[in-house]
Each structure stands twice: as C-alpha cells, then as structure tokens.
Write a protein that binds this ligand. Structure first.
Ligand code: DAH
Length: 348
C-alpha cells in the first residue's frame, strides 16, 4: 500500500509538471484528489488494514494528499503568472513615446465673426433680435414700403416658396425691423444677423449669404447718430481706428433719405496704393469700399408698425457680413466659406 501511494505521488507530480493548461491541472486534480479519485480509493481501502497499518498508511496517505494539493495550487498560480506574462508582452506600450494630438474642431469663421459683431454692438447698447429665414411677403416687402408691383422688388431676385402663397426665403434681414417694432414700443436699439437668400451666384454673390441689420428708433435720432455708430462699428470690426466713412445718396424704399455707406479701404488706408506705391487691388485704387445700405427710417414704415412718426425718428442699416469678412481677411472667393476645405477653415 505504501509503495502504491509513493508511485501515485510520483506519477501525479510528473504529470503535473508536464501540464500546460489549467484544464489539464483540473483533470489531474479530479483524477488523484477527486471524490472518485485515486486517493479516495486508498482511503476507502484502509478499512481492510490492521489498526497499526491504518495509522501509518493513513498518515502517509493524508500527508501525500496535502502535498499534492499544495503542488496543484502552486501549479495553478504558475500557469496564471505565465498567462499574465503573455498579456504583458502582447500589450506592452511605451509610455514615453510622444502622443498624437487629436485635432479639435472649432466654430466656422462666419459664426465667429457674427459673435464679434454682437460684442461690438452690445457695447453700444444694441440687443440682438431674430427673425425666421422663411418669411412672409408682408414682412419681407409690404411693411417695408415695397408693395406688390413696386419696381423696388426687382432689386432683389427673390426665391419664392412653391405652392405657399406669399412666402419667400427672406431676401434681406430688414423684415426683422418690422417684427421687432410690431412687438416693442420705442426706444429701439437692435441688430439682427443671419442668412438671406437671392438668385445670385458668382465670386462675390452666393444664393445664401449673411447680413447684419441695425435699427435705432427714439426721439431725436439723426444722421449724425447713424454716422457715429457706423464709423465706430467699422473701426472695431476692421480693428483700425483710422477708418472713415462716407455716405452716398441712394434709394431704398424703407428709408428716406437712403444712402450707400462706404469706408476707407483697410488695406491702403484710403490711399489707393500701398506704402511701396503698389496699386491697391482691393479698392481698385479708389481708397473706398462699399459696405452696405443705410438711411433714416421712412415715416411710412414707422406708421406701418403703429409708431408716431411725428414723435419718433430712427436710422437703419443693412450690411453684407460675408463681404466684410472677405475684406478683413483678404478672401477672394465666397466659395471658400461654404466648401468646408480644412486647409481654409483651420486658418481662422
Ligand atoms: N435691405 C437692404 C438690402 O438688402 C439693405 C439695407 C439698406 C438695409 C438700407 C437697411 C437700410 O436697413 O436702411 O439691399
């Protein structure tokens, strides 16, 4: 019996040594130490031995069993450590290698510029008003003193919405003036910025473009106020305190008088040529750039929204946002704003 125990022990240890996986070890565990395993067989057969033998053989059997148990536990942990070694080898990373910086997106040039305009006008006490991109004829034209069949409507080649009566993609931000005045009593001091739409498409006109509208109505508002606000605004936008403005008489149905606003060219500072004598291409050597329209709000427009035109006066203006950005950043084609080419977009 004793030699049987010894040989089982050496068999078991040899097999254990050769085992390559946890599953193999588990099989050995069952085979030798399990309920129907070799050692239990021995324990069961002890009953046939003399008391003396029972004691010595029983002791040996128990000792051997616990020796094997220890060896099996040790083998398990060896296998586990080996598995960790494999993982560590496979998943090794060099934490000292310089990282790859993920590229982070940012707001589009136009959106950022619109935010800047809001800040500049905010400092002058102007609030931001909003209106819908799809607008009723009533706001886009009629209330602005552009009645049906009036030739001034042809100034803006409008996108009308099919099958919807008297609804268009707004051709200007001026309807926001009406919406705001209908909902508020004077004094009024607002700007409104957003998309406008016309049937146009070339290097400096796209079917969708952006405008900023301004409106100030109160008692005693004059062209002097308009000039002061616009001059300050353009100086801030182009970051150039030397900018001057000039007004040229023009016609817009919702203002009287109406004018075209020019500012000195921020590149040649009104000289028409650069400091080295090279002719300025941006202003075509004239020293001035046309920025947009403005004027004193037409009394009819004030009356249309229920304001007393004897008591109140106001100015309004409407400038092209895309054009101002093109001037400020020397961008020569509108297409660049909308193509989303990262080589362009990431410059701003
Ligand atoms: N709405 C005009 C346009 O898009 C621009 C304009 C001119 C707006 C004069 C004004 C203004 O508020 O007073 O052509």
């Amino acid at each position: 019996m004793k030699s049987r125990i010894e040989s089982l022990k050496s068999q078991a240890l040899t097999a254990l040594k050769a085992a390559k996986s946890e599953a193999e070890v588990r099989d050995l565990e069952v085979k030798y130490l399990g309920r129907n395993g070799a050692f239990n067989e021995i324990m069961k057969s002890l009953k046939d031995l003399s008391d003396d033998e029972k004691r010595t053989v029983g002791k040996l059997a128990n000792e051997t069993k616990s020796e094997l148990e220890t060896a099996i536990l040790k083998k398990y942990s060896e296998l586990e450590m080996a598995a960790f070694d494999v993982i560590a080898e496979k998943e090794w990373i060099d934490v000292t290698v310089p990282g790859v910086k993920p590229s982070v997106g940012h707001r589009h040039l136009i959106s950022k510029f619109i935010d800047d305009l809001e800040v500049v006008f905010g400092r002058m006490g102007f609030a931001v008003a909003e209106g819908p991109d799809i607008e009723q004829e009533h706001y886009n034209f009629n209330q602005l003193n552009m009645p049906e069949d009036h030739p001034s409507r042809d100034m803006q080649d409008t996108f009308w919405v099919k099958n919807l009566k008297r609804v268009a993609l707004r051709s200007q931000t001026s309807p926001v003036q009406i919406r705001y005045m209908e909902a508020h009593e004077p004094p009024v001091r607002i700007i409104s910025m957003g998309k406008t739409f016309r049937r146009d498409n070339d290097a400096t006109h796209s079917p969708m473009f952006h405008q900023i509208e301004g409106l100030m109505v109160d008692t005693d508002i004059s062209i002097a106020n308009l000039k002061a606000v616009l001059t300050h605004f353009l100086q801030q936008v182009f970051e150039d305190p030397s900018i001057k403005t000039r007004f040229r008489t023009s016609y817009f149905p919702f203002v009287e008088p109406g004018m075209e606003v020019d500012c000195t060219c921020p590149i040649c500072h009104g000289e028409g040529k650069l400091s080295d004598g090279v002719p300025c291409k941006l202003c075509k050597q004239c020293g001035w750039l046309e920025i947009g329209g403005a004027g004193m709000v037409h009394p009819k427009v004030l009356e249309n929204v229920g304001y007393d035109s004897k008591k109140y006066t106001g100015f309004a203006f409407g400038f092209g946002i895309d054009r101002m950005i093109m001037i400020k950043y020397r961008i020569n084609h509108l297409r660049l704003f909308f193509e989303n080419d990262l080589r362009f977009i990431t410059q701003f």
